[in-house]
Each structure stands twice: as C-alpha cells, then as structure tokens.
Design a protein around this ligand. Structure first.
Ligand code: NAG
Length: 554
C-alpha cells in the first residue's frame, strides 16, 4: 500500500520482499521520466499502423458480423487501421485454434484485409485447457511434456484453475525461459494458420474464475499473511492462483505481478519472428519495464461519463510509467453506451496514444458506423484530424523511444511553475504543442479550459487566444461536432493529408503547422522511416530526422 500525504510524504506498507529505492532528481517532471525510463528500459517504437484507429469488440458472433462492421467503416470513409478478434474467433475458447464454423474463411479474410491496408490482431489468453481429448491439443501436451506450468506449492504438480476454455486449465510459467520458448514457438507456428499482425494478451494477472486453484489455498503464512493490503475481497488469491504456488523465480506470492510482465517479451519476439516486421503487443497486465515490449489498455471500464474522465488520468499515469502507447476502451466496455457518450468518447479517444474502441459481450454495437450518418460524419472528421497529425504523434513516440519523453503529457510537465496546472486531469497535451480539452459531461456544449501563460491558437480557426485569457479558465464553445483543440505558439507540427488507412496517408503530401510565439519564433521536428522495420537505434532501417525553424526572423 502506498499512501500520499500533503507533508509531502509517502508511506509504503509491504507484505514482504526486498524494496530497492531509486531516486530520480529531474529537475523537471519530464526529466524524471527520461531518467526513470533510462533505468527501466525505454519504450519501443511502435509500428506506424498501430497509431491508426483500432476497432474491437467481444461478441462478434460470426465472421459475417465482422465483415458488416468493417464495411460500415468503409462505407462512411472512417479511418480504420486495425481490426481485432476477441475470443469469439477461437474454437471453444482454446488458444491457437479458430472456429471453423462461425469463422469459416478467417485466414482468407485476414489476407483480404491486409491487401486493403488493414491489420488484424488476435487475442490469446494465458490458460491452457488440460481436458481436451488426448492427442488433440498440442499446445497443452507440449507444455505438459516439458513441465512448463505454474505448479502447486509442492513444486511438481501443475496448479489447476478454471478459466474460459472448457474443463480445467493450467497456467504457463512465463518466468521459466523454456516456457517462453514454447510460447514463442506456438505463437509463431499459429501465424501459419492465421496470418495476424499483432497479438493481444489478456487475463494475464493471471486471472482465474476460482479463488486459488484446486482444491483450495492451504492455511499458511503466504496464502494468509498477517497483513493484507486493501485489495479485492481482502484476499491475495481473489480470482487468481494461491500465493504459495511455485514459479521458476520463486513463490507466486513474490512473482504475481511478474506474470503478465514475463508474457510480453516472448509474445513480442513471436510477432517479430512470425511477421518479420516491427511487433505490436497489447497487454492488460503490465509492470515496470513493459513499455519495451507492449502497449497497454486500461482494462474493463464501463460506458459511463465518469469512466471517460478517469481514462485521462490513466493515460497520463502510464506515460509516467514508461508505457506511452496507452488507451481506454472508447465508448466503454461494460454497459450499453449512448449516442452522445460514444460520440464524445470517440472525440477524446481520437487523442489517446492508443485509439481503440472495444465493447463487451451482450452490449449493443458501438462501432462508429452503427449510429448512422450524423455520428459517422463527426467520427470521420475527428479521426481525420488524428490521421493528419500522425507524423507529429509518431515523432513524439520516437522521442519517447530515444529520450524517454512522455507522449500524452499533463499540463504540469510543461508549466511546472504554475501550480494551477498540477491538478488538471480534464485536459492534456500531445508533447509540448497540442492541447486537447474534451467534453466530459453529458449535455455540455462548452468546456472550461485553463490556458497557462503561453501563446495559444484555436486549432480550427487559427485565432489567437487573447492574452487576457491566460492563467484563467475560459468557457470554450464545444457543439456536438467539435472537441476543443489548441496549438501552442513556438512550435511546428508536421502533418500529412489523412486517408482511411495509414498505408495510404503515408503516401500523401506533408504539411507543417507553424505557430509562432510572441517573439515570432517556432521550432519542431519530424522523425520518419518506413514505419515497420525491425531493430534498435541505428540498426533499424533508414530514417530521417528533420528539425524545423523559420528561416526569416519575423
Ligand atoms: C513444475 O513441475 C514440473 C513437473 O514436475 C517440473 O518439471 C517443473 O520444473 C516444475 N516447475 C516449477 C517452477 O516448479
């Protein structure tokens, strides 16, 4: 448990283990993140296409419904780069299978999407059914043969829980290097069946529908420690494995938070091996250092206005954690969304570093094409703004990768001396130069925007925000079709004419938004490469890095 007090002070209450403390001195908040990510590993450079719009849901009952959804996007010309497959595509929710009835023709359909410039991401869960007929489920049998599972406290029998697949399930011990090799092998081999572009790893806390594995967690100091932090059900094994389970690096008690952490690198490796391109992995459970291998979404939220607001906090936090490619489920996961909430969320989500609409089983459809022409037109417009700014966003991701900068940034990072900015969680920046001030309330047609002391221009009109509005909250008009956006003077942002796929927009003419400050100066940069080649630093394929500044002093 970590408690903050206004002293300022921090109190750590721990159930054990060794805590190493590193202190990063900054002096600025942005410097702290640069230093922290230098220590833990800088985030990887994502493939360019993964910055496009991503569409997902749990509960596409058949491949025909996926096709209808993709066609709606196409029909309205809404930018769309990634289509996801949640567990619906699997046969009986078994990893490394697909449903040959409801998803008949899926491999061919994926090829078709690829030809059209789309990318396809499949989900994998970290539990393997142990109850398939003998000789029919190779992923389990191989793992069983090599002893790759998390074990019970005896260290020799597999921990058996209950999860999505039929029967009972075992859990790969990703901390074991042999398990990691088996996983990489299985994922890469499955690419021969479904030619995916990225992998989404879910339920990797690890999640279990039982509290602890069979038969029950024993009464001992690990499963029932003298102090329990404030967690769900006040239990360390609530919906997961018993803390006294054995993993390669020690008891689950000590390694619980490393389960998802350890799953990301072999998945990353598998995608790279299978596709030969820059990998994309999306993970629900992440831990310190995972930004090198994975993007993150904020988990199962609800279609509530409050959850939309909270998502801004989550996104800013994960940028502090060194996992800048982060987003929340646009329009909300649980509960039915509404026209207005989903519209406002689509506008905000267009500025998540990871822009993904995702929905739960049983909820009504919420892709941007399903609400009709008014919604589709507004969604298209705001996603076209995202796509036109992708060269700027990609450059920010390059700077995160190379220098450890944040991508989505709290106002506090740029205006640290202004205490008013420290508490702002209703607006945020892309880098230093673009302020996003979304509508977060039902029925609202204006937003109170705080303008720290700088030159600001309305993104839509180019009008300068009057200096008399600085250091104040100003009510900004925000009709249903508009999310308030402001460009900061002193910056140059590279842009590109948008298209419905990044594969196409990347071929379009570039532009520059030049916003001068009071001295008539501005600067900016562009990182550009093929957006998909593999490697680190200078071993990656050719790239260019441009710096911009006006040639004629004004
Ligand atoms: C788990 O049990 C298997 C089979 O007995 C064994 O090969 C493996 O080393 C064990 N792993 C751990 C982490 O206990």
């Amino acid at each position: 448990d970590v408690t903050l007090s206004p002293e300022p002070s921090l109190t750590f209450r721990t159930i054990g283990g060794i805590l190493d403390f590193y202190v990063f001195l900054g002096p600025t908040p942005e410097n702290v993140i640069q230093q922290y990510t230098e220590a833990i590993g800088r985030p990887h450079l994502p493939p360019y296409w993964s910055l496009g719009y991503q569409l997902s849901r749990w509960g596409y009952p058949s491949i025909d419904v996926v096709k209808q959804t993709v066609n709606r996007m196409e029909q309205y010309g809404i930018p769309h780069d990634v289509q996801y497959a949640d567990i619906d595509y699997m046969e009986n929710k078994l990893d490394f299978t697909y449903d040959k009835d409801n998803y008949a023709g899926l491999p061919e359909y994926i090829q078709e999407l690829k030809k059209d410039g789309l990318h396809y991401i499949i989900i994998l869960d970290p539990f393997l059914s142990k109850d398939q007929s003998r000789g029919t489920y190779q992923p389990y049998e191989l793992g069983q043969h090599f002893g790759l599972w998390v074990n019970n406290s005896d260290g020799v029998t597999a921990a058996v829980g209950k999860a999505l697949p039929p029967g009972e399930s075992v859990y790969p011990d990703f901390l074991n290097p042999r398990t990691a090799d088996w996983w990489t092998y299985m994922c890469a081999k499955f690419h021969g069946v479904l030619p995916y572009d990225g992998i989404w790893i879910d339920m990797n806390e690890p999640s279990n529908f039982l509290n602890g594995q069979y038969p029950a967690c024993a009464h001992n100091n690990l499963n029932y420690p003298p102090y329990i932090p404030r967690i769900s059900d006040s239990s360390l094994f609530h919906s997961t494995l018993c803390p006294d389970s054995s993993t390669y690096l020690g008891k689950h008690y000590d390694t619980h938070s490393l389960f998802g952490w350890a799953e990301a690198p072999p998945t990353f490796r598998a995608v790279q091996e299978a596709t030969g391109k820059r990998p994309f992995v999306l993970s629900r459970s992440t831990f310190v250092g995972n930004g090198k291998y994975a993007a993150h979404w904020l988990g199962d939220n609800h279609a509530l206005w409050e959850d939309m607001h909270l998502s801004i906090i989550g996104i800013l936090e994960f940028n502090l954690f060194g996992i800048p490619q982060v987003g929340a489920d646009i329009c909300g996961f649980y509960f039915d969304t509404s026209f207005e909430l989903c519209l406002r969320w689509t506008q905000l989500g267009a500025f998540y570093p990871l822009a993904r609409n995702h929905n739960a089983l049983g909820q009504k459809e919420q892709d941007p094409g399903v609400f009709g022409i008014e919604f589709a037109t507004i969604a298209r417009t705001v996603l076209q703004i995202r796509y036109s700014l992708l060269p700027y966003l990609y450059t920010l991701f390059f700077e995160a990768h190379a220098f450890g900068n944040t991508v989505a940034r709290g106002l506090m990072h740029e205006f640290t001396d202004d205490p008013e900015t420290h508490g702002i969680d209703t607006a945020f920046l892309w880098g230093s130069a673009l302020m996003i001030a979304p509508v977060l309330q039902e029925g609202a047609r204006s937003v109170d925007v705080y303008f720290p002391d700088a030159t600001w221009f309305d993104y839509y009109t180019g009008d300068k925000v009057p200096a008399s509005s600085h250091n104040k909250y100003i009510s900004v008009h925000a009709p249903l079709e508009k999310i308030p956006l402001f460009i900061r003077g002193g910056y140059i942002l590279p842009t590109q004419t948008p298209a419905t796929r990044t594969a196409k927009s990347r071929l379009n003419p570039f532009g520059l938004i030049v916003a001068l400050d009071e001295k008539g100066e501005a600067s900016g940069s562009l990182f550009w490469d093929d957006g998909e080649s593999v490697g680190d630093g200078t071993t990656r394929g050719p790239f260019t890095l441009h710096s911009y500044s006006p040639m004629i002093p004004l």
